[in-house]
Design a protein around this ligand. Sequence first.
Ligand code: PRX
Length: 635
Amino acid sequence: MSQYHIKNLEEYFQVYRKSVQHPELFWEEIAEENFVWRKKWDNVLSWDFSKPELKWFEGAKLNITENCLDRHLHVRGDKTAILFEPNDPNEEPEHITYKELHERVCEMANVLKDQGIQKGDRVCIYLPMIPELAISVLACARIGAIHSVVFAGFSAAALATRINDSDCKIVITSDGSFRGNKTIDLKGIVDKALESCSCVETVLVAKRINSEIVMKKGRDFWLAPLLEAAYKDCNAEIMNAEDPLFILYTSGSTGMPKGMVHTTAGYMVYSAYTFKNVFQYSENDVYWCTADIGWITGHSYIVYGPLANGATTVMFEGVPNYPDWGRFWEIVEKHKINQFYTAPTAIRALAKENLSFVEKYDLSSLKVLGTVGEPINEEAWHWYNDNIGKKKSPIVDTWWQTETGGIMISPIPFSTPTIPTFATLPLPGIQPCLMDENGDEITGNQTNGRLCVKFPWPSMARTIWGNHQRYKETYFSTFKDKYFTGDGALRDATGYYRITGRVDDVIIVSGHNLGTAPIEDAINEHPAVAESAIVGFPHEVKGNALYGYVILKEAGEGRDQDNLSKEINQLITERIGPIAKLDKIQFTSGLPKTRSGKIMRRILRKIAGKDTSNLGDTSTLLNPDVVQEIMENAL
Ligand code: PRX
């Protein structure tokens, strides 16, 4: 990835300018220099946001697995591609070399073919973070089948909805999964889901926890013997640039989850290019992203982006607090991790614990730290910077979405000066803009608005599976000729972007727009506060008022809550202004979170608004019990 590999701020601006002035030339050069193609494209880009229709590298033919595997075999065949770190720290990690990975992907691809899976068929993958997950993903890509990975924390009902929506023919799962000191009966969940999925003909089962499970005759097959009998080589299916690579579901603000469709060439080029630049990966580095492959972060930055760059990518099966809160740092020390990429919610959870869990380990291998998925609050940013990066490893606060396929706004480490809570500058090729309520673009800096993108980039989702109209309405109808992200952002005097949160989380109080993130930042600065969430509730005079849910650290428990409330409001007044003061503060032991760590504000809004008759779908909550607690103590 030598072309446009950015090494300093000046280079960034040069590359950025070129990417905006000559986008087609820019992407063409990157595509040309860094990938293997069976046939080059006839046309780099054609697009029309009004339809919307997007085509990148039209006419090109390729297979993404040839780029992630085959082409590395002669240069780094014995290098570790996937480093598997099991849930149990006493179980040996597994180093899977590029050669081995190639073989195992080919075997899995042959098993799928034997089961009648062909190019274009949908394959549901419902697996824990074990090597078979990455191997299944790549095996689908090898034969041109479209993978739909469903995070293995989803319930049977959620799984069934996703299987049916995209008509999957086959499910790949395991007998169960380890999660800390617990096991989860994944096969049981699949069995239940399949009671309502007539499209599934076959279930392939990996053995992980050695539990007794029921195998349905004629439908369910153990993977191991099939893999053993399979050929170790499998020709790659030659794909068109715009053939779908995968479907990944993301929840919408209303209705069914949206099956975002990503296509082959553009996704490959963008995920690989951004991986290289955002993490400044170099050949002997060991890179670890703690996400699950069930989310877009895992697709782009555990599997495709790293492997396309010939990287060593760590897959971690476990959780941050098993056997104790030092696990992440133990792994960093053990594998000498160079790039570490995680979510703010994990950072906050870790920051709540005693620092001795960090101090026990040697973290000196770390070079770059990343964060993704939600706005990172200032306190968490500093904790990460001070205690993990020791103020030496730049933090890349990467903003992007399932829909964008890859990182869109992020510092380039060692080039872009970082500021806590700012995702900073758009990556080359990305043309963000801010829009006002009237649908006009806001020019100039020191402003905030709705974050849109006005020019296509290669890894944009192309449609919602089976519902192009919804795709158009959700992303291209709010603002003419713009991709609307659904997020709000502010742009400071230097052009840096700070994501303020989903636009549906922006609360208008007495005619003032208040982002939830800065208020939460202010609250979280209070030494007794671990985490907080703000929502709006209807108010006679102000239109909306603010309701804060606050989790206390151990140090804050037992303190007088009236006094604490006053101190919190004082802090908000100091940091933002009296307008942002909270009308109500409820202290709580937890916040309702999705399994990907996002606070489900919809529920908090309903409770704050005393509208609890129908809380909507809570099936994706990690901690449903906390909802009851919050309802009982609501103010
Ligand atoms: O609101 C933004 C937030 O997460 C949303 C996308 O969520 P998802 O599709 O699940 O993808 C998450 C992983 C890429 C965005 O619309 N978000 C993501 N990254 C950041 C963020 N908010 C603030 N700062 C970020 N770095």
